[in-house]
Design a protein around this ligand. Structure first.
Ligand code: FAD
Length: 855
């Protein structure tokens, strides 16, 4: 036994604490290669238990290491410095499953596939699907921000977590986010996801679910070489198709798997690609035919389309047997995990093969080709140091390939112990220091999973030399100029307001920092599905540019002049987020100048990157109080081939909300489901309420979904239904803009209580509401409202929203009452941590004073 640290044997039931050295051996390792001896293993039964042991650990300065199923591959749950493992096996209940609101609240020891099976019975789907899903836990999945075969189309774990209950390093239990969306707080929920247990121990997660696609088709396609297969994948993406999966295997691994599983893989071919499409049954044949055409035109042959569920499972059985097949051939295997931009896939595979050959290593490739996440599997034997030396040398060279092409050292397995030495190669000292700021705020004594992610020493960050701006407004034309100016302003304690207009002159002693000169497209990587755009670029300018290439950044501007930076900073999500994800899901990276003159590139331009803390999340919705965004990298989506909007004209709110709720359960390709009050929609009658439903995607899916909408609407009686060329998001913009002279409020509640909330809302003269059912948000416009009435209305609404776990924030107010209204109406539990971060990154408190809850 290690016996380095004291143990809380008196504090807990002895069935909760393992100290027997023999039993502890199991906990020395996860599924990777690193080892460490724990002093004890603690089984909590509740968050309160975790809090108690954390307080004890805090007092005695003992490390705590959260552990799910221990399937991590980078040493994340290994107690390298001793201490107590907090093992989540008993904290595995589904606390709430809300079918209508499509969400679940679960304890973090719940196994991924148990959740999946439960929600599938109700026709719902939790997309993050690591191959280890049979045993890995939701806590471990969020610790590593796990992904899987379906993440190309549906995203990774962070895209499905809306709230967390977290035990902090001092034992305090806090709630981050919740079941509503877009809470007015820094997105620490997004930071905790992927933090590998180093910032807090998560005891409960609020998960977002989607509808399980009603149909799926799977096909195996053979290629002569892996390079040809890589090019075919690029051709599929370039054609604007969005398959559910694109899983690739090379010849070597197919041979190994086939000998083990007999799954019928095309072993004579150089590579095999599993392609899956999903959607309405009506669309599957057309989707698959088009896919097959593109693949055959690009060298695909021997197409094998699964004709039954059994055959489909057989194809997947082959893919999923990779680990088993490898275990048969060698005592163990080493699984490398890197991400490269998709367009570099074929070239990187060739380079990786050369490296493996050079080091005389036997390996195969099986990987998620759609998102550029490569996984060379190298056969090895941990007892053979010479062989392991070659394996690790080859890994160093493979990881270097990823870094050289702006990829990531890890796409899904995390940094842990295994990859921490590469962190200073992938990130600058300044970027690492910004991450370590978070660690120091949340875990000042380094007790949470010590030694993980970061190397022991990090070089000194770089600060820009201060240069006092010669003009007010200060309109820097480059990141460097902005950094020099902000460093000077910060040193002088000069307050700065950031905006995108150049002509706004402040009279109250503040400097106006305009992003107007930070304008234009910097990089348009169509094959890699991303665009990097300067922060001051108007949203409409970006959209116009992308339209010519058949692409879209699926965002919409609330106001005509809104810039990309303004959109991100205010986290203004249009209804189309229900189809494509929110801004926090779409922003891959951003260059940020912190107030003290440090410049960081937060994130990278690849869709899968779990190296270090997910810093981009912090800048979404932080209202420019943490740093100046100078450029933004957004995920691109092919423009939809079909887009239709139905409007149902209704007299009563009750019927409109009941119908919307019924429709919500059916949405698969919907990009808006709204109920809007008294809106004039061109070519349609003005009725008290209009239900707006937009569907977009391939024509067969869109038509099938709208036929379903028409059937549900038809069953409600003879109602006026019209079709408009406007999208739901355009109608939302119109609604926001009818409130420009009045008070505009956003109310967020869990989706399942949106209708109730709408009915309970107090009413004032001229009030007009828009209900966004996809997001659980209400946008209320109150024209010509007096201060007292506005205050009373807000107080009432905030009380109602808070009772449901929601909030109400003022988006815009007439100048006459603006300064007398509290825009936020609440203090998030995470506020002290927000303030601590603000103090580190903006020590003089100069950035956007008064603009956000943090002041
Ligand atoms: C055969 C195999 C296939 C795999 N396939 C995939 C794949 O397709 N995609 C993928 O992403 N990964 C994959 N993995 C890696 C691994 O399964 C995932 O990282 C998984 O998410 C780990 O879950 P776990 O419950 O085993 O967590 P653990 O390994 O126990 O822990 C992982 C990390 O999360 C932290 N953690 C655990 N619980 C909590 C908590 N409650 N609060 C805070 N931190 C916590 C731990 O401290 C640790 O840092 C695979 C692994 C194997 C062995």
């Amino acid at each position: 036994m290690n016996n380095q640290h004291p143990l809380p044997t008196q504090l807990f039931d002895k069935r909760q604490l393992i100290t027997n050295p023999v039993e502890l051996i199991t906990y020395e390792i996860d599924a990777g290669f690193d080892r460490g001896k724990p002093d004890g293993v603690f089984y909590p039964n509740s968050a309160a238990d975790v809090s108690r042991i954390m307080r004890w650990a805090h007092e005695h300065k003992v490390p705590l290491i959260a552990r799910g199923a221990g399937t991590g591959l980078s040493g994340g749950a290994v107690p390298e410095h001793g201490g107590i493992i907090v093992e989540f096996a008993r904290l595995n209940r589904v606390l709430d499953f809300d079918q209508t609101g499509r969400s679940a609240s679960v304890e973090t020891g719940l196994i991924n596939l148990v959740l999946d099976a439960l929600v599938k019975k109700a026709g719902l789907y939790y997309p993050p699907d690591p191959s280890s899903g049979r045993s890995s836990t939701i806590g471990g999945n969020l610790g590593e921000n796990a992904g899987g075969p379906h993440c190309f189309k549906y995203g990774v774990t962070t895209n499905y977590i809306t709230g967390l209950e977290v035990v902090l390093a001092d034992g305090q239990i806090v709630h981050l986010g919740g079941r509503a969306l877009d809470y007015p707080e820094y997105d620490f929920c997004g930071i905790l996801v992927g933090s590998e247990g180093t910032l807090g121990i998560v005891t409960r997660a609020e998960l977002r679910l989607i509808r399980n696609p009603p149909g799926v088709k799977t096909m195996m396609v053979a290629f002569d070489s892996i390079e040809t297969a890589g090019q075919a994948v690029s051709a599929v993406i370039a054609a604007g198709l969005m398959p559910a999966t694109l899983e690739m295997m090379d010849q070597k691994i197919m041979g190994m798997i086939e000998a083990y599983s007999g799954a019928g893989l095309p072993v004579q071919a150089g590579a095999g690609l599993i392609v899956e499409v999903d959607g309405y049954p009506e669309s599957l044949d057309a989707q698959m035919e088009e896919m097959a055409d593109i693949l055959t035109q690009n060298g695909g042959h021997s197409l094998r389309l699964a004709q039954s569920e059994e055959e489909r499972q057989k194809i997947w059985y082959g893919r999923k047997s990779a680990a088993g097949a490898m275990s048969r051939l060698a005592p163990t295997f080493y699984l490398v995990d890197i991400t490269v931009p998709r367009s570099r896939l074929a070239a990187t595979l060739a380079d990786v093969d050369q490296i493996l050959e050079k080091h005389d290593l036997r390996a195969g490739h099986v990987f998620h080709a759609g998102d550029g996440n490569l996984h060379p599997l190298i056969l090895c034997d941990a007892r053979n140091p010479a062989l392991m030396g070659r394996v690790f040398q080859a890994t160093d060279e493979i990881v270097a390939l990823a870094i050289a092409c702006e990829g990531s050292i890890t796409g899904e397995h995390g940094v842990g112990i295994e990859k921490r030495k590469y962190m200073p190669v992938m990130y600058t000292p300044t970027e690492l220091a910004a991450m370590l700021d978070l660690k120091q705020i949340l875990d000042p004594h380094g007790l949470l999973n010590p030694g993980k992610i970061f190397p022991d020493t990090v070089a000194t960050p770089v600060y820009a030399a201060p240069v006092w701006p010669t003009t007010n407004p200060f309109a820097p034309a480059s990141t460097q100029e902005a950094a020099a100016g902000l460093a000077a302003l910060s040193a002088a304690g000069q307050r700065v307001q950031i905006g995108s207009h150049v002509n706004q002159v402040r009279s109250d002693g503040e400097v106006w920092l305009s992003t107007a000169n930070l304008r234009g497209i910097q990089t348009f990587a169509q094959d890699d599905l991303y665009v990097t755009v300067s922060a001051g670029t108007p949203v409409h300018e970006l959209q116009t540019f992308l339209r010519d290439y058949g692409m879209q950044a699926p965002v919409a501007a609330a106001w005509p002049a809104m810039s990309i930076g303004g959109l991100i900073a205010t986290n203004f999500n249009a209804p189309l987020r229900m189809r494509y994800g929110a801004l926090r899901d779409l922003m891959l990276a951003t260059t940020v100048v912190l107030a003290d003159g440090r410049t960081i590139r937060a994130g990278r331009s690849v869709v899968k990157n779990v190296a270090g803390y997910d810093l981009p999340k912090l800048f979404v919705g932080s209202h420019g109080t943490l740093g100046l965004l100078t450029d933004i990298t957004l995920k691109l989506i092919p423009a939809p081939r079909a887009q239709r909007t139905l409007c149902v004209h209704l007299d009563q709110l009750a019927l409109a909300t009941a119908m919307a709720q019924q429709l919500l359960a059916q949405t698969l390709v919907a990009s808006a489901l709204l109920v809007v009050e008294g809106m004039q929609i061109p070519g349609a009658p003005v009725t008290p309420y209009t239900l707006v439903y937009t569907a977009e995607g391939v024509p067969e899916d869109v038509n099938a979904e709208l036929a379903q909408v028409a059937a549900i609407v038809g069953a409600a009686g003879r109602l006026a239904v019209t079709e408009t060329s406007l999208t739901g998001s355009a109608i939302w913009t119109n609604h926001l803009n009818r409130g420009t002279d009045g008070l505009l409020v956003r109310i967020g509640v869990p989706s399942n209580v949106l209708a109730t909330m709408a009915h309970q809302l107090p009413r004032l003269a001229g009030q007009q509401d828009l209900l966004d059912f996809g997001a659980g948000l209400i946008y209320t416009v109150l024209p010509g409202v007096e201060l007292e009435a506005a205050q009373a209305w807000l107080a009432n609404v905030r009380q109602l929203a808070k009772a449901q776990g929601g909030y109400a924030v003022v988006i815009a107010a007439p100048p006459s009452i603006q300064n007398s209204l509290d825009p936020w109406g609440q203090q998030p539990e995470v506020l002290p941590i927000m303030r601590a971060l603000k103090a580190r990154w903006d020590p003089a408190g100069i950035l956007n004073p008064g603009r956000f809850i943090v002041d």
